[in-house]
Write a protein that binds this ligand. Structure first.
Ligand code: ZN
Length: 445
C-alpha cells in the first residue's frame, strides 16, 4: 500500500519546477490476517499434494496425472481455482466442437506475449483447470478448454479475462442433455462474469442467445455449417428461415453484425483489414477456430502478426489431425463425435480418394446412444469403399449400406489397415471419442 501526498504548495518558482513536487510515502505494512495466512498455507499444501499425486500417477503409468492431481488439490483447498487464477489473464474455450484445437491455438498465440499454460490433455472440468494452473504458478496467461456445462461453475469461482463460445449442437444427448439446457447454462455463466470479454459465433443462434445481452462481445462469422440444431429460435421456438441470412425473430433475438469474417483463405478484421492465412491444420472449420483464437489473443494485447504466425503453425491438438504410425504404417487421425463434427471430417476426406477407416464406439464417454449415426450425411461417401470397425461397427455398416457406401467390417483398426494395399496413399481414420483416444494412445506406445 502506498499513498501520495502533495507538499510544498505555494507560488511556483523556477527552482520548484526543477525539483519533484510529489513524493511517494509508503503506507504502513499490513500484516495478513490469520484467516488469509491460513488460506495461503492451505493453497500451498494443496498444490504440493496435487503435484505429488500427479507425479506418482505418471510414474506408475496411470496417465498424465492431471485429473487425480487436480482432484486431490481441490479436495484440500476448495477455493484453489480462484486462488490460482488470481492475477492472471485466463481465456476459457467452450462449445460442442473445436474446443481442444482452438485452445491449442489460443495458448500458442498467448505465448507470443509471455508464458502460458493450458489443459492440453483435454481434462476440461475444474480438476483439469487446477492441474493446468498449478503446473506453472508464475505463468501470466492461461488458455483452458471447458466443458459446456461447466463454464458456469468456473465463473462462480472467478472471472476469466475472455470466454470463447464456438458452437452448440447435439452431442451425447443421453449424457449431456438438450442444447437448450446447455445454452441457458452458458447464458447464466456469462451473467456471473459481466466484466469478462466474450468472443462468440454470430452464425449459431444458440450461441447468439447465450451471449446476446452480454456487455462486451466480439462476434465471429464463418458461416453456419450444421444448421439442424438451429432451425428454431432458442428463446421462443419460432422458425428461423435462413440461419445464414440476417434473421430477426419476433421475440427480439437477431443475428448480430460480424466483427470478424472468415472467408475462403483469409480473416477480415473489424476495420476491414484482410489477413491472408495458411494454416497447418486443414479445412474451413480450422480457419474459423483460428479467427476465434486471434480475436481473443488481440483482446489480451498480443501482436497480430506474431499471434497469427504461431496459430498457423499448430499442426495437431492432442492427436487431432495428427500424422501417426499405426500397425507399422503412417495414417492420419481425425476425431468426429457428433453429427456436426462428422460433417466437417467427411468434407475433409471427400476431397480425395485415400483409403478410409471409420470407427465408432459407444462407451460411457461417447454416450451409449448411437441413433445420431442416422443424422450424419454419410451419403457424401457414396460410391467409395470404406472399412468400418469399433464396438458399433455393425450399426455403422447398416447406416452406410442405406447411404450407398460399400463397406467391409474389420475386427480392429490394425486388421483394417492390414487389408489395404501399400500404394493407395496415406489412410485416414475418422474415429469417435474413445476410439480416437485409444488409437492415439496406441500410436504413441
Ligand atoms: Zn425468438
Amino acid at each position: 500500500m502506498t499513498e501520495t501526498r502533495r507538499h510544498g504548495a505555494g507560488d511556483e518558482t523556477t527552482d520548484e519546477l526543477q525539483t519533484p513536487r510529489w513524493t511517494v510515502v509508503p503506507g504502513p505494512a499490513r500484516t495478513p490476517s490469520r484467516g488469509a495466512r491460513r488460506q495461503g498455507f492451505r493453497t500451498t499444501v494443496a498444490v504440493d499434494a496435487g503435484r505429488f499425486a500427479a507425479t506418482m500417477s505418471r510414474r506408475l503409468g496411470m496417465g498424465s496425472g492431471a485429473m487425480i492431481g487436480g482432484r486431490i488439490a481441490l479436495s484440500l483447498q476448495p477455493r484453489l481455482l480462484a486462488n490460482l487464477a488470481a492475477g492472471r489473464q485466463v481465456v476459457m474455450v467452450t462449445g460442442t466442437n473445436g474446443k481442444t484445437t482452438t485452445t491449442q491455438m489460443v495458448v500458442e498465440a498467448l505465448r507470443s506475449r509471455g508464458e502460458a499454460v493450458s489443459n492440453a490433455t483435454g481434462a476440461n472440468m475444474l480438476d483439469g483447470h487446477v492441474a493446468a494452473l498449478m503446473a506453472r504458478r508464475d505463468a501470466p496467461y492461461a488458455a483452458l478448454e471447458v466443458d459446456e456445462l461447466h463454464l458456469a461453475q468456473v465463473t462462480r469461482e472467478f472471472e476469466p479475462a475472455v470466454a470463447i463460445l464456438l458452437n452448440l449442437s447435439r452431442d451425447q444427448l443421453d449424457r449431456v442433455g438438450e442444447i437448450r439446457t446447455v445454452e441457458r447454462s452458458i447464458r447464466n455463466a456469462l451473467q456471473q462474469a459481466p466484466e469478462m470479454h466474450v468472443v462468440a459465433n454470430r452464425d449459431d443462434p444458440n450461441i447468439v442467445s447465450a451471449a446476446a445481452e452480454h456487455p462486451g462481445v466480439t462476434w465471429i462469422s464463418g458461416g453456419a455449417r450444421w444448421v439442424h440444431d438451429a432451425l428454431n429460435c432458442p428463446r421462443c421456438g419460432a422458425f428461423i428461415e435462413d440461419t445464414n441470412g440476417p434473421w430477426q425473430c419476433a421475440c427480439g433475438l437477431a443475428r448480430p453484425e460480424a466483427d470478424w469474417t472468415v472467408t475462403g483463405d483469409a480473416l477480415v478484421g473489424p476495420d476491414g483489414t484482410r489477413y491472408d492465412i495458411e494454416l497447418s491444420l486443414p479445412g474451413h472449420v480450422n480457419r474459423i477456430n483460428a479467427a476465434f483464437a486471434l480475436a481473443a489473443a488481440l483482446h489480451l494485447g498480443c501482436h497480430q502478426e506474431k499471434a497469427l504466425d504461431r496459430i498457423s503453425r499448430v499442426d495437431q491438438a492432442n492427436g487431432r489431425y495428427g500424422a501417426v504410425t499405426l500397425a507399422g504404417r503412417p495414417v492420419r487421425l481425425l476425431l468426429a463425435k457428433n453429427p456436426a463434427s462428422w460433417l466437417e471430417m467427411l468434407e475433409l476426406v471427400s476431397s480425395h480418394d485415400r483409403p478410409l477407416v471409420l470407427v465408432v464406439n459407444s462407451r460411457e464417454a461417447d454416450g451409449f446412444d448411437v441413433s445420431w449415426l442416422w443424422d450424419v450425411d454419410f451419403e457424401v461417401l457414396a460410391g467409395r469403399s470404406v472399412l468400418v470397425t469399433g464396438d458399433r461397427g455393425l450399426d455403422l455398416a447398416v447406416r452406410l449400406r442405406y447411404a450407398g457406401v460399400r463397406c467391409d467390417l474389420a475386427d480392429s483398426v490394425e486388421e483394417a489397415l492390414d487389408t489395404l494395399s501399400g500404394d493407395s496413399g496415406t489412410p485416414e481414420i475418422i474415429a469417435n471419442y474413445t476410439a480416437f483416444r485409444d488409437l492415439f494412445a496406441r500410436s504413441r506406445a
